[in-house]
Design a protein around this ligand. Structure first.
Ligand code: GTP
Ligand code: MG
Length: 210
């Protein structure tokens, strides 16, 4: 009997300014814990998260890139062959939100998918346990920002309180799978390509919270 079971490995970048909580989000997502102490990441760290996705296995190779790399030359090397990205800012620090467009521009200028599209990117407004800021209170404004800057969705997250991290990751994976199916189809136009079902989580626009 033919075995159709598939495994998928996706490289995902986690980028954003110093101290916004990238390492903490990954730690919460992968190891289910949180530390209040700050130890800046040097260069890049790695973590692996394994998901069951519609009876198939999805492995997420998370690249935790140091905030200080924004001004470095290494991002091009780190970004290579990534399929998705989280761009993180700290809700209590407006300057980290201003940096989001710079991180996104850096990403899109250095990385393009085989079908010519930008990689799927989800925006994370982290540290929401510390109170809402004026900016993310305006959801229409945030959705407009996402559309204008090419984010497939945004989430208020807390690594401390474990809020919305799984939801944000599911949104990203869903869009990565859609992109991957698109690439497979554009490469083999005359055959019916096997597709990983990406039903989980609804349509693209549902990634935006109402
Ligand atoms: P770099 O490695 O320097 O780029 O920083 P980073 O983005 O990896 O930040 P890190 O995860 O190290 O977190 C920085 C500080 O913010 C630490 O003291 C964390 O404990 C704290 N922190 C991270 N996420 C949260 C959160 O959701 N809520 C609160 N209250 N604190 C957080
Ligand atoms: Mg870090």
């Amino acid at each position: 009997m033919q075995n159709n079971y598939k495994e998928h490995l996706y490289k995902i970048l986690v980028i954003g300014d110093l101290g916004v909580g990238k390492t903490s989000i990954i730690k919460r997502y992968v190891h289910q814990n949180f530390s209040p102490n700050y130890r800046a990441t040097i260069g890049v760290d790695f973590a692996l998260k394994v998901l069951n996705w519609d009876q198939e296995t999805v492995r997420l190779q998370l690249w935790d890139i140091a905030g200080q790399e924004r001004f470095g030359n290494m991002t091009r090397v780190y970004y290579r062959e990534a399929m998705g990205a989280f761009i993180v800012f700290d809700m209590t620090r407006p300057s980290s939100f201003e940096a989001v467009t710079k991180w996104k521009e850096d990403l899109d200028s250095k990385l393009t998918l085989a079908n010519g599209k930008n990689v799927a990117a989800v925006l994370l407004a982290n540290k929401c346990d510390q109170g809402r800021d004026v900016l993310t209170n305006n959801r229409i404004q945030m959705e407009k920002f996402c559309l204008e800057n090419g984010f497939v969705g945004w989430y208020e997250t807390s690594a401390k309180e474990n809020m919305n991290i799984d939801e944000a990751a599911n949104c990203l994976v869903k869009h990565i799978i859609a992109n991957e199916n698109d690439i497979i189809q554009s490469e083999v136009p005359d055959t019916v390509s096997p597709q990983l079902n990406s039903d989980r989580g609804g349509t693209c626009s549902s990634c935006f919270k109402s």
